[in-house]
Write a protein that binds this ligand. Sequence first.
Ligand SMILES: [Zn+2]
Length: 250
Amino acid sequence: MARQKQAIFRFYAELNDFLPKEKRQRDFVYHFWGNPAVKDAIEALGVPHPEVDLILVNQKSVDFNYRLQHGDRVAVYPVFELLDIGAVTHLRPKPLRRPKFILDCNLGKLTRKLRMLGFDCLYQNDYSDQQIVDMALNQKRIILTRDIGLLKNKAVTHGYWVRSTNPAQQLNEVLNYFDLFNQIQPFTRCLDCNGLIEEVPKKEIEEQLPARVRQTFNQFYRCQQCGKVYWQGSHYDRMLESIAKLRQRS
Ligand SMILES: [Zn+2]
C-alpha cells in the first residue's frame, strides 16, 4: 500500500504573503503522495510559480521539475537582488531588460501611473485570462495582476501579484519589486493608449487648448497614436514629488 510522505517547507520574504498565518516565516510539514514536481507542491501551498526564483532542496538548488522525496527540506525564495547565494540555479531565464507589462482588468489606475513614468503597459478591461497569458508570452511582457489564479497558469513565466488595492501603493510596490527607479522616463507614453508621445510646438495645437492652459504652459506633447495632447500640469508635479520620496526611502 502506498504511504503518505512528508517534507519540510519554508518560504522566504514576500512569498509568505500567499500563505496562511500558521505557515508564515517558519518550517512546516507538507504531506504528499507519490513524487510530485516541487513546482506542483509549491502551487498547492498557494504560491504562484512566477514569483519563485530559487528553490533549495537539502541545500542544493533544483529546478521546478525536481521530484519531491520523503524527508526533503525545501527552501523557497523570491527574487533576491541583494542576497548573495552563490552558484545556484535561478529559475527565471534572464531578467527582462526593459520590462514591459500587461495588466489585468483590476489595475486600470496603476496602468496610467506606470505609463506616466514611461513604462510600456498593455491594458484593456475586457482581456480574457487567456489573452493576457498569450500576449505576455508572445510579446515578452510581465503580467501584473490582483488574481493569484492567473499566475498559476502553467504557461506563465514572468508575473507579479500586486498586493495592495491602493493605486499609489501599487505603483510603489511595482517600482521597488522590479527595481525600476532608474528606468523612469516621464512624458514618453500616452496615458490613454500606451502610444509614444513626442514634443509638439505650441502653435500646432494652440487651438485645441483650454484658455487657462494656453496662458500657463509652453511645453506640450502629443501622442503619435491617438493624437491626445499633454502638458506638465500640477498632477504631474505631485507625481514627481512622490516618486522622489519613494526613491529616497528605497
Ligand atoms: Zn494615445
